[in-house]
Structures are given as C-alpha cells and as structure tokens.
Design a protein around this ligand. Structure first.
Ligand code: NA7
Length: 542
C-alpha cells in the first residue's frame, strides 16, 4: 500500500469507553491514532443497548473514569445505578470534553485486519473497502457487542416488527396498544420486562431458563452523598484498583445500595431460621451468607430460600413454579439485579410461557408456535444475549504471521497472554480481552488498566526504537492453563452451569471459561510485574 492519509501509529477498532479513552491516551503520548466505529456515535454498549429499562448494575460513582480529576469532579450522577441515557450522556460529554470525535470515523465497520510481515504493520480494511495502515492495531470491540439471534425455524415469516435488546432503535419503540412477545429472561429481559409491561396491551414472555435476580433498590443520589463521594474519589479509586471486581461499594447503606456484608454461614442455620429470614427480608436475606458462593450444599439451601420468596411474591402458583430456577447454582451466571421483575408477573396483561414444558417449534406470521400451543402477538423482542467476549473479534477476518487466521488459532477456544495479546499476532492488542478480568469486573476499572498498560507499552517501544511485541507461545500456554485453574471448582464452572461466560449460549462455541476470575487487584499486580521484569513472556524486537 502506498503511504497515504490513512496511515497512523495506531488504529483502534471501536469507540465505546475503551476506544475513547485509548484515543485520549494515545494523543497524550504524541501518537497518531484513528478510531473506526460501526455506530453513528460514541458509547459502544450504551449506544446499542437502548432498550427500555437498560441500566448499569455497578454504582454510578464507581462506573466512571478516574483518568481526569476534572472530569471526575464535574460529572454529577443522579442515581445510585445510572440508566442507559445518563451513561450515554456521560460518553458524549467525554467525547466533547476531550474533542475525540475529530479522530473517529463513524458508520465504519471493520471487515479485516491483516498483519503485513514485510511492512511490519497492520492493514485494516472496512466493509466499504477503505484501507488503513498502522504499526499497532487495538481491538476495543467490547465484550457484549455482537447480539445473538437464535436460528428459530420460520423467523423470517413473522409479519410484525422485530427488535433485539442489543440493537435497539435510537428513536425508541411505541408499544402502545401492542401485543408483544419477548424471548429470553436474562439480564436484558429482566430489566426490560417491567418497563415494557407498563406500555403494552399484552406481554407474553418466553422463558427457557428462569434466572436468579436480586432487587436493585435503586434510588436518586442525594447532594450530600454525591459531594462526599466526589471528595473521596482518590481513596475510592485506589480501593477499586486493589479489589476483586473493581467495586468497593462506596457508601452502600448511606446513599448507595444496600449494605449486606456476607459474613454468616447458611450451613449453620435451621430450616425455621431460613424461613423466618425470607419472611422478614425477602431475596436479600441470602446476601448475608458467605458460604453460598463456595459450597454447593450451602448454595442449594440459598436456592431453596430464593424459591420460597418467589412463592411469596407471585400470586399464581403455576407462574411461581415456572419462575423458580432449579438445576443450576446461584452465582454461576452473571448476577442480575432488577426493579419489580417478579411483581410484573402479577399484572393481568402479562403471561409467562415456561419453555421447559415444551420449547419453541416455529415462529409464524402472527407469533410463536410451541409444543404447548400457539401464542399470538404483533411485535417480537429478542432478549437473547450476545456472542460474548470473542464474538466481535471473530467476526473480523483477523490474520497474523504466516496469514494465520485468529479463528484457527482459537478453534478450541480463545487463547491469549493476559487477555492483552495473542501469539502469532504481533502488535495486536485486545482491551478487556478473554483471559482478563473484563466482564467479571467493573468494566471501567478494567478498561482504564488495559488502556494505560497498552499505551505505556507502545511508548516504551517507541522510546527504544522497538518495532514488534508479541507473547511467546509458552507464556500464552501458561496463562491459558492458569486462567482455567483459577476458575476450576468455582460456581462459574459447575457442570450444570450454562452461562455466556462459558460460551454455552452459542451453539457450537467451545465450552471454555473466558474471563479471568483471579481478581482485578491480583491481575493488575501480575501485569505490572510483567512490565517490571522487562515484559516477561513477550518478545520485543527491533
Ligand atoms: P443473556 O444473559 O445471555 O440472556 C439471554 C436469554 O435468552 C436467556 O434467558 C436465554 O435462555 C434466552 N435464549 C437464548 N436463546 C434462546 C432460544 N433459542 N429460545 C429461548 N430462549 C433463548 O443475555 P442478556 O442480554 O440478558 O444479558 C447479557 C449481559 O448483558 C448480562 O449478563 C449483563 O452483563 C449485561 P437460556 O438461559 O440460554 O436458557
């Protein structure tokens, strides 16, 4: 390729929070960068997931960037856990404040990224055929950015409007006087169902697996709380970075969510004591028990308490039974929190179809045909999740040395060193990639750590006139083994668990626990040690 205006030090794919902060950092380091983004504006996850009720499940004080003291001081969150529009406003504010848009190409979807051995750089091509060249390519493509629409027979026959929670129209959807069918009862559905139910004539929910969800108890932030939190940001950030999941629960029980420290052992309680706790406190009573997360017997007792509370909330016993999770442990999937989810099933305009009694056979022009009967509606909503963590990377034709395809390298599941780099793919970085804490953590904490690490690495190379960085196969092998070892024996990898962390929601996807469960603090230490030991496990060459 001839030198052109499309040559940069770094090409970044994605303008969510990762890509935005990366651009800012790279500019500060004096590097030229271009960000390529499929959407028409910034925000990533929060740009696409505009479904009714979409909300963050991390306290907003903590789900925010620390890199700019000014930004941290000026931004005023209004609720304990922010709703999607407010988070998108925050993303827009950052784009404006740091003048990011001038280096972002919007409506630009990347089709391929090929490493050019002779030129020692990456050639990135968009789906409209525009080429970019850069020494470094960073995939800031997000962990939940490829919506999963299951292949259901007859799907194309449906005559009404069809939406997916993960790709929601920016102008919203008018559900008034509509009969709506929604497939799925994961986190997105659990957030959307109570809000949609209030707008529709009738809502039919198709549930394959009932979920465990805890009440969010979300509320507005008081001025006093916000002021105090902002004053304490240095301490909060430090604690976040050293924590297990990047959340310290600052102010829980004061202006934040409920404060229930898990310190007790459920195995030491009697049946009568557990029943009394459910009666007094409902679902949150379970949060006091520390052994639920580690002991399968304790976990089953907690699941039993959980089912008791469903029985207390839901008026119709058949609906209650259908909503009761069985057969898999609490905590194996990403925790879900909700506002009025179960109460919604007591509404007269809401009905639940328990697909465990007979699954979906076909989608017809007017609804869904199951083994139990036909259900008619005008609008269909897929709340069926994502091809998580690897989907966005594997949709791009990524090729490294010797023209090796990433999809071949990852045939048996994703392999990385630290979730940052892949053997055979020099100068390619992934932000919050598989093998890093990513989705098991507060994403903004993990994004900042990765972006800082990557930018400092590129600066280190520039200052020493090094051209290529790539992990050794041995370092990658060892890291893959380690990631698996720490996940083993946790609820996350219980044989009965079918979570998207394991890729179990996508037919044919290898069953591998993808994120790193070792904790944000330990992981950061490991990444820092690698640098201190002269980029141990990586080969840097001139
Ligand atoms: P999830 O958590 O993957 O949930 C998807 C839901 O869709 C889940 O209930 C699935 O049932 C259901 N599903 C998927 N395919 C089908 C078919 N073919 N038939 C019936 N039901 C189906 O995605 P979300 O968007 O809710 O949440 C993803 C993350 O976003 C969440 O964890 C937060 O981190 C934010 P299944 O359980 O597979 O039986």
């Amino acid at each position: 390729m001839k030198p052109s205006q499309n040559e940069f030090d770094v090409v970044v794919v994605g303008a969510g929070f990762s890509g935005m902060y990366l651009l800012h950092k790279l500019r500060q380091a004096g590097l030229s960068a271009r960000v390529l983004e499929a959407g028409t504006d910034v925000g990533g996850t929060w740009y696409w997931n505009r479904y009714p009720g979409a909300r963050c499940d991390v306290p907003s004080i903590e789900y925010s960037f620390s890199f700019s003291p000014e930004l941290q001081q000026e931004w005023q969150w209004t609720e304990v856990m922010a709703a999607q529009p407010e988070i998108l406003d925050y993303a827009n504010h950052i784009a404006q404040r740091f003048d990011l848009r001038s280096d972002i190409e919007f409506s630009t979807r990347v089709a391929s990224a090929h490493f050019q051995e002779d030129e020692q750089r990456w050639r990135v091509t968009t789906d409209s055929g525009v080429e970019y060249a850069a020494r470094f390519c960073v995939m800031a493509t997000g962990c939940l950015s490829v919506p999963n629409t299951p292949q259901i027979t007859g799907a194309d026959n449906f005559a009404g409007d069809v939406f997916h929670t993960g790709n929601w129209p920016a102008d919203g959807v008018d559900f008034s006087k509509r009969r709506v069918g929604i497939i799925g009862t994961g986190s997105s559905a659990i957030q959307a169902i109570p809000v949609i139910a209030e707008q529709v004539e009738h809502l039919t929910i198709f549930q394959r697996t009932p979920n465990y969800t805890m009440p969010a108890h979300n509320r507005p932030l008081s001025d006093d709380f916000r002021k105090q939190a902002i004053e304490n940001y240095d301490e909060i950030r430090q604690q976040q970075r050293e924590s297990q999941v990047g959340i310290v629960g600052y102010g829980f029980g004061f202006g934040g969510a409920d404060n229930v420290e898990p310190t007790e052992a459920i195995l030491e309680t009697t049946e009568a004591e557990r029943a009394a706790l459910v009666e007094e406190e409902g679902f949150v009573a379970i949060r006091r028990f520390a052994d639920v997360a580690i002991d399968p017997e304790a976990n089953e007792l907690a699941c039993d308490m959980y089912r008791q509370q469903i029985g207390r909330v839901i008026h119709n016993p058949e609906t209650a039974e259908a909503l009761m999770p069985r057969d898999y442990p609490m905590g194996c999937k990403r925790p879900v929190i909700d506002t009025d989810y179960y109460e919604t099933f007591n509404r007269s305009n809401v009905s639940l179809v328990d697909l465990r009694k007979g699954g979906i056979e076909t989608i017809t022009a007017n609804g869904v045909q199951t083994a139990q009967g036909n259900y008619e509606f005008d609008t269909l909503v897929y709340a069926t999740g994502f091809d998580a963590m690897t989907g966005a990377l594997q949709k791009i034709d990524i090729r490294g040395r010797n023209n090796e395809r990433l999809n071949d390298h990852w045939e048996a599941g994703p392999r990385t060193y630290l979730g940052l780099q892949i053997n055979g793919f020099p100068n390619l970085f992934t932000v919050t990639g598989p093998g890093s804490p990513s989705v098991l953590s507060n994403m903004l904490v993990s994004i900042e750590q990765h972006v800082d690490w990557i930018t400092e690495c590129i600066e280190h190379m520039r200052d020493r006139q090094l051209r290529l960085i790539e992990p050794t196969l041995a370092a990658e092998d060892e890291w893959v083994v380690h990631v698996n070892e720490v996940a083993e024996g946790t609820m996350f990898t219980a044989p009965s668990c079918n979570s998207w962390y394991l890729g179990a929601n996508i037919p044919g996807k290898p069953r591998i626990f993808m994120p790193y469960v070792g904790g944000v603090g330990e992981y950061r230490k490991k990444c820092d040690e690698v640098v201190a030991n002269d980029y141990e496990g990586f080969v840097l060459s001139a």
